[in-house]
Design a protein around this ligand. Structure first.
Ligand code: AHG
Ligand code: MN
Ligand code: MN
Length: 336
């Protein structure tokens, strides 16, 4: 079948006009975030030519060294969100505290959260990276927003999405009940809808985990992965394949397309930390997308989206993807 002309695809603006008709502010905010992602995509595509490789020489609140692109993407998203006039406050992986408009100057009913650049270790080696975002309702306009106003369970998200800067730049978005995909047309800078249906198959033969941490895992995780590795001769009775891109957006995008299970569990390297990944701007938005595409997302004990956050940069263990595998891991933890 010949490739469909891009001209026949629906634009993101057209999609939002229909899907978010009840909330023009939300549609405007998503368009602003998508425009920022298109700008980041342009910088990523030019790589060394746009001077975005290497480290910025600073640290974020998580104690991680910031890459040049972490800082640039963060600035681009903050500017876009501010200019949209639709946000009351912003939270970012790269900002210690929230950025809130003072009472009287508030311009929107939404809280925007993002991981400006996911997969930072892949920037300089030209491997897929992304941007993750989440939108929560802002409290009533009676007071200046505080960090406490952000501490809402993921199920309250009004929208969630990610841009994946891979061989193509793809935007995956959920606002209503469905998950929609758009591709950036580099010729026009437009986001065009594609009819790719993202559906996480209930069963899989593929897992994603950083195997180098095996000796630090809790026993249920080790037992689960060992059973997968035993293949058709073991209790699972089937062979498993493994993938680990080290950009959560890219690993999740693969799972949305062809199934699989992704784990970033608690481990003994930092026993007081629930996991490596962040609840509010990594696990919650990707968890919502995965659930809406028919998959599951837990912290190995309960659905990610039901967790009541206690702090902005809170860590969480993540097990997401095909429901049968997520259930198996979750059951193993409950039984332990
Ligand atoms: P970030 O670049 O935003 O800090 O996130 C990186 C995360 C996630 O995308 C990925 O799955 C994980 O870190 C990779 O961790 P390892 O380096 O331990 O494999
Ligand atoms: Mn990240
Ligand atoms: Mn990041």
């Amino acid at each position: 079948m010949p490739a469909q002309s891009a001209l026949t695809h629906r634009t993101l603006a057209g999609y939002l006009e229909a899907e978010a008709a009840h909330d023009g502010g939300l549609a405007a905010l998503i368009l602003a975030v998508a425009a920022a992602c298109a700008q980041i995509s342009g910088l990523v595509a030019r790589g060394a030519l746009s001077g975005v490789l290497g480290v910025a020489g600073t640290e974020n609140v998580q104690g991680e060294t910031q890459k040049t692109l972490d800082v640039l993407a963060n600035t681009i998203l903050i500017k876009a969100a501010d200019a949209s006039g639709q946000v009351a406050a912003i939270a970012s992986e790269e900002e210690d505290d929230i950025l809130a408009f003072p009472e009287g100057e508030r311009r929107g009913r939404h809280l925007l959260l993002f991981d400006p650049l996911d997969g930072s270790s892949n920037i300089d080696v030209n491997v897929s990276i992304g941007t993750i975002f989440s939108v929560l309702p802002a409290p009533s306009a009676a007071h200046t927003v505080t960090a406490a106003d952000f501490l809402q369970p993921g199920r309250r998200q009004l929208a969630a999405g990610y841009a994946l800067y891979g061989p193509q730049t793809t935007l995956v978005l959920t606002i209503g009940e469905e998950v929609a995909t758009f591709t950036l047309d580099p010729a026009t800078g437009q986001w065009l809808g594609t009819d790719i249906v993202l559906k996480v198959s209930p069963s899989t033969r593929e897992f994603a985990i950083n195997m180098s941490n095996r000796r630090h895992w809790a026993e249920p995780v080790r037992a689960y992965i060992d059973d997968c590795l035993a293949g058709k001769d073991g209790v699972r009775g089937k062979d498993f394949n493994m993938r680990w891109i080290a950009s959560m957006v890219a690993d999740v995008h693969r799972i949305l397309n062809r199934g699989g299970v992704f784990l970033y569990p608690w481990d003994a390297r930092e026993p007081d930390r629930a996991g490596k990944l962040r609840l509010m701007y990594e696990a919650n938005p990707l968890g919502l997308i995965v659930e809406r595409a028919g998959g599951a997302a837990t912290d190995a004990t309960m659905p990610i989206l039901d967790i009541q956050p206690t702090s902005l940069h809170q860590r969480v263990a993540v097990v997401l993807g095909s429901v049968e595998e997520v259930a198996r891991v979750t059951e193993a933890h409950r039984a332990a």
